[in-house]
Structure formats: C-alpha cells, structure tokens
Design a protein around this ligand. Structure first.
Ligand SMILES: [Fe+2]
Length: 201
C-alpha cells in the first residue's frame, strides 16, 4: 500500500484556445486523437484509455490579438513543456519520419543523456517533448551525480534521421544512446549551452 500524498497519475490537461479547429487537426495528426465530445465551447480529445487527455476551451478568435506574444511566454515563464514517452527508440524515430512527411518537424532534437528527445510545438506554441528513456530510473538518478552530467547537463543535439539509419542497419539502442552517437560524421558536435538557441529555448 502506498503512503504517498501525491495524486496517482496524470489525467488530462486543458487549453484555452482561439484555434480549436487547427488544434484538433494537429492533435489528430500527431497523436491520432479522436473527439470524445464536442460542443461550441469545448472539445475533449483522447488517444488512449483515458476518457479525455486534452480539453480545448474555445475562446473568441479576437482574443489572440490580446495576447500577441502568447507563444513566447513559455520561453520565459510558467510551464515549459509536457514530456511524453515512446517505449522504444524505433517508435520515437519512426514517428519522426511519419510527421516529417506530413510537414511537422521538431523544434529541437537532442540526446539529454537520460533521454533522447524530440520537441514539437502545437499550433498554440505549446511544447511537447517526445522521448525515449535511455536507462532505467535508478541508472538515470545516478547519472545526475556524474562528472559527465556536471560538465554537460543539457545534452548533445542529434540528427534523428542519422540515428534511424543506424538503427535500421542493426545498431542497437544501447549503442545509440551515447550522447555523441546522434551526430552525423563530419558535422559539428553541438553540446551543452550551445544547443540553446532562440528556436530551441
Ligand atoms: Fe523534459
């Protein structure tokens, strides 16, 4: 029996948006979301066994002009992103290819060390991190206390297509999870604070 005071798991999140249709299309494409309920004010989306994972509250379209810099807010303050896990590197990278064909590309691709992560932004600029764990939780907890992490707590940018090509050539995730493994030969290694740009911030 758990004695935790924390809630048991995450249920859903809710977004006020002036772009409901665009958001529904994006989440349908990216998550395979379906509409669990919709009226003129609210849309419930689901993509797994939760009754609704994301609710969209429609606000009048002109509201977007009241918050012209809303997409930039997360770069400076408040919730930065929500991270969602794929259970294998292959599934993460196959999804990258699928979305790229549909014109949806990550704003940042990085091997943090504990995870390989592809960051996307929805039409309202909400950032979602699609990740695969590189290690089990105990190993990752220990990694936070290594010299390697002290030297570079952010990670090394990766080329997802290069990683996928190696995976398809039979190189296992155990080798590709090294932070340097995602840099295509002949290309510069972009690591630590150099990975932070106006786009990736
Ligand atoms: Fe994250």
């Amino acid at each position: 029996m758990t004695t935790s005071v924390a809630p048991d798991y995450i249920a859903h999140w809710v977004v006020k948006t002036a772009r409901t249709d665009e958001m529904v299309r994006w989440y349908s494409t990216v998550f395979g979301a379906t509409i669990a309920y919709q009226d003129e004010g609210i849309t419930f989306l689901t993509w797994d066994d939760e009754s609704h994972r994301l609710a969209l509250i429609a606000v009048p379209k002109p509201v977007r002009f009241v918050f012209p810099f809303a997409k930039l807010k997360r770069k400076a303050y408040g919730i930065d992103h929500i991270a969602l896990t794929f259970v294998s590197l292959e599934r993460l990278l196959e999804n990258y290819v699928r979305l790229k064909r549909l014109g949806i590309e990550p704003v940042w691709s990085i091997n943090h060390g504990p995870t390989i992560s592809l960051y996307y932004e929805d039409p309202d600029g909400i950032r979602l991190e699609f990740q695969v764990e590189n290690f089990d939780p105990e190993h990752t907890s220990a990694f936070f206390f290594t010299d390697e992490f002290a030297r570079n707590p952010i990670g090394v940018n990766i080329d997802p297509e290069y990683l996928l090509s190696q995976l398809r050539n039979g190189v296992p995730h155990e080798e590709l999870r090294r932070r340097e493994a995602g840099t295509r030969p002949g290309h510069p290694v972009i690591a630590n604070k150099k990975t932070i740009t106006p786009k990736t911030l």
